[in-house]
Design a binder for this molecule. Structure first.
Ligand code: PLP
Length: 396
């Protein structure tokens, strides 16, 4: 008999067992809720880990994707395709970068950025190969992206990783300065450490990094895979910090659920990728870029960004109210609709996430003792009220 337990058992038997999944099988989603195969509805405050930026009810998005399926789903990068042209132009316009390159995931965007750094260093900075990254960062799970992920728990089983990666402490400019020499070609950072616990870079720290990178001819890469595409209330967190990196990596919200990643870069650095230096079979495929084009045109309007800011203010005010009420909440961090709720040491976050699940609320954890709320950007104030009512009951 096919029931939820049987489906889960089948998947555990035949699938790799590299995820600790919650015991649920989703069948659909609508109105801010995930729906399981038995029809139970869960209020979604994690949006596929900050992916489903438009939620589940955007009819224009669904129509665009269906139309694209009717036209063409895939063609090779040996040719141009219409959505790719439109999405490339649009991403370059909304980001303010000269060039955009589409790929399939955040990891792949970072992998490409690291390759761009290496080709720049090797060929144009006297063989410089060192890349500075930060402790407590997360950039993905391929060998390159993992090498710049400053968390031993993810790295230890896969060493040796790629060489010439140096780690500094986040928000500590002196720890960066100590690592600078003429062999450094790039510095990669998240403007908000997401998986690391929703920790925001200080504006002064980022300004100093920008100055160092400009003076020392170091390629400054911002990984906005989690923070980009309107999640912060601006299209990109770098706009909030007032510092523009040379290279920007994106994914998650960019495709509204369709797997799309991207690298944006100034011409000064983009030019190092010449034919045959880098590529991807699926990247920029018409279905993926049609999704990106739709999402970008929707979320980059002043009106949409303003709505994210308003909902952000609403949820932050309410969460700060809960913090004043309950001593188990230590701090509220983040920006826009990427929010970290730090709990005191004695309250295990995994237990709270589990309890939320049992009460049909989907939230995440992040870093040390921090809960993460990352709803779709189309979340409503009523849904915020509902989610925080459930959360309050649990945290009591
Ligand atoms: N970079 C950041 C900041 C991320 O948060 C993530 C995923 O959580 C990645 C990179 C990896 O992205 P993906 O899982 O799409 O490969």
């Amino acid at each position: 008999m096919i029931n939820m337990k049987n489906m889960i058992d089948l998947c555990e038997k035949h699938g790799f067992n590299n995820y600790s999944r919650f015991p649920v099988v989703w069948s659909s989603a609508d109105h801010g809720h995930m729906v399981d195969v038995d029809g139970n509805r869960y209020l979604d405050f994690m949006a596929g880990i900050a992916v489903n930026s438009l939620g589940y009810d955007d009819e224009g998005f669904k129509t665009a994707l269906k139309d694209q399926i009717d036209n063409i789903i895939h063609c090779s990068n040996l040719y141009y395709n219409l959505p790719q042209v439109k999405a490339t132009e649009l991403l370059s316009a909304v980001s303010g970068y000269d060039k955009a390159f589409f790929c399939n995931s955040g990891t792949e965007a970072n992998e490409g950025a690291l390759k761009l750094a290496r080709i720049f260093g090797k060929k144009h900075k006297n063989g410089a190969t060192k890349i500075i990254a930060f402790n407590n960062s997360f950039h993905g799970r391929s060998m390159g992206a993992l090498s710049v992920t400053g968390q031993p728990k993810y790295q230890q089983d896969f060493t040796p990783l790629i060489p010439d990666i140096l780690f500094a402490d986040y928000n500590d400019i002196n720890s960066v300065k100590k690592l600078i020499d003429d062999k450094v070609c790039a510095l990669i950072m998240e403007p908000i450490q997401g998986e690391g616990g929703i920790i925001t870079a200080e504006a002064e720290f980022v300004r100093e990094l920008r100055t160092i990178c400009t003076n020392e001819k170091i390629m400054l890469i911002f990984d906005e895979v989690q923070t980009g595409i309107a999640r912060s209330g601006k299209m990109f967190v770098f706009e909030k910090l007032g510092v523009k990196p040379d290279v920007l990596t994106l994914a998650k919200g960019l495709g509204g659920g369709v797997p799309v990643g991207a690298i944006c870069a100034t011409e000064e650095f983009a030019k190092y990728f010449t034919p045959s230096t880098h590529g991807t079979t699926f990247g920029a495929n018409p279905l993926a870029t049609r999704a990106a084009e739709y999402v970008l045109s929707k979320v980059s309007t002043e009106e949409f960004l303003q709505s994210v800011e308003e909902k952000s203010e609403y949820i932050f005010t309410k969460l700060n109210g809960l913090k004043n009420k309950f001593s188990s909440i230590k701090s509220i961090r983040g920006m826009g609709l990427l929010i970290g709720v730090e709990l005191i040491e004695s309250v295990p976050t995994a237990e709270i996430v589990k309890k939320a699940f049992e009460n049909k609320l989907l939230i995440l954890s992040a870093g040390h003792n921090t809960l993460r709320f990352a709803p779709s950007l189309s979340v409503t104030k009523e849904q915020i009220d509902q989610a925080l009512d459930i959360f309050e009951k649990i945290i009591k």
